[in-house]
Write a protein that binds this ligand. Structure first.
Ligand SMILES: NC(=O)c1ccc[n+]([C@@H]2O[C@H](COP(=O)([O-])OP(=O)(O)OC[C@H]3O[C@@H](n4cnc5c(N)ncnc54)[C@H](OP(=O)(O)O)[C@@H]3O)[C@@H](O)[C@H]2O)c1
Length: 325
């Protein structure tokens, strides 16, 4: 019996040591944006800014005195976020404008109103995202994860591109994820997931599309003053886990609460890409923990042939190729 207790205690010591060691490692590699850049006179749009990483990004940019537009789908949550950011920063130039990024019609309405009301756009943060979605299509016929995480932002960026060029140097920041590395079956003839769909793959593919889009945008925008960045924010405590099935929480709960970044920490790389002078001359690259991390991007994410094809496909299905708007 004594021996059993000794083994159990030894095991406990090993597990606790490993957990503490992992915690120390995770804390040590967290990146923080050290730029003190002021954004007075600049206009910023953050999609999905009413909670999580987007909220903390918007709050930080408001603290730097930018005019910040929270582009959100839920009016109540967005207005509440505006009040919280105004109260925390003292910046009254924080406003809500309705945007359901999963509907191309909503993207077009948002852009029309934005261009009527705003004279500039300096930073666009494509942050809104969903994960863990069962297969579903929007009323416009696009698979929900694909259109929310990628296609809507493709259209939004393109419709705002002239304004971004006018205001250059300007920046487009696309919030991707390290899980783009796990993307398989990225087939342009089935982006809507009609032939085969998996909850995980739909998310991974959408995050790969974010990086391919960034690279092609950077290529097409050379010499225009528009710079493009993609990033992995880290594993972050946020509402993105809301669709995770109850059973999976058995495995997720401990890492989530012990090791995942807070949303404020998770926003640091978005903020870095949006403001840091370190990256002012870099375009099309991938960032993690406030550092360029091309070594962590997949080979597929560097396939410029695929990036061009995805762009052309996206132009076609959004109607950009055939109309002015
Ligand atoms: N959390 C992580 O560990 C992690 C890791 C890698 C990448 N990311 C990426 O980080 C980004 C931010 O996620 P988060 O973790 O902060 O998640 P979150 O807390 O769930 O925030 C997502 C935001 O997107 C908004 N959104 C979703 N669908 C939308 C739509 N159709 N139109 C407009 N807004 C919409 C949500 O609005 P509602 O509140 O109305 O739903 C919310 O404001 C996402 O692109 C996500 O893929 C997160």
């Amino acid at each position: 019996m004594d021996t059993l207790w000794q083994v159990l205690i030894a095991l406990l010591v090993v597990v606790v040591t490993l957990m503490v060691g992992l915690k120390m490692y995770v804390e040590a590699i967290k990146g923080r944006c050290s730029s003190t850049r002021d954004l007075t006179g600049k206009v910023v749009v953050v999609t999905g800014a009413n909670t999580g990483i987007g909220f903390c990004t918007a709050e930080n940019l408001a603290l730097r005195n930018a005019r910040v537009i929270l582009a959100c789908r839920n009016e109540k949550k967005a207005k509440d976020a505006v009040q919280r950011i105004r109260a925390a920063t003292g910046n009254k130039e924080v406003v809500y404008q309705h945007l359901d990024i999963s509907l191309l019609s909503s993207v077009r309405t948002f852009v029309k109103q934005f261009l009527l009301e705003e004279s500039r756009l300096d930073i666009l943060i494509n942050n809104a995202g969903v994960a863990g979605m069962q297969f579903s299509k929007t009323e416009e016929g696009f698979e929900t994860t694909f259109v929310t995480n990628y296609l809507g932002h493709f259209l939004l960026t393109n419709l705002l591109l002239d304004k971004l060029k006018q205001c250059g140097p300007s920046r487009v920041v696309n919030v991707s994820s390290m899980v783009h590395n796990w993307s398989k079956k990225f087939h342009l003839d089935d982006m809507n997931g009609e032939k085969s769909y998996s909850i995980q793959l739909a998310y991974y593919n959408s995050k790969l599309a974010n990086i391919l889009f960034t690279r092609e945008l950077a290529r097409r925008s050379q010499e225009t003053g528009v710079m493009a960045y993609s990033l992995h924010p880290g594993a972050v405590q946020s509402e993105v886990w809301r669709n995770v099935p109850r059973l999976h929480w058995v495995f997720l709960a401990i890492p989530l609460y012990l090791y995942f970044k807070t949303s404020e920490e998770g926003a640091q790389t978005s903020i870095y890409c949006a403001v840091s002078e370190d990256v002012a001359e870099e375009s099309g690259k991938y960032y993690v923990d406030c550092r360029q991390a091309e070594d962590q991007a997949s080979d597929t994410s560097r396939d410029m042939g695929l990036a061009r094809k995805l762009w052309e496909y996206s132009e076609r299905v959004t109607g950009l190729a055939t109309s002015d708007n």
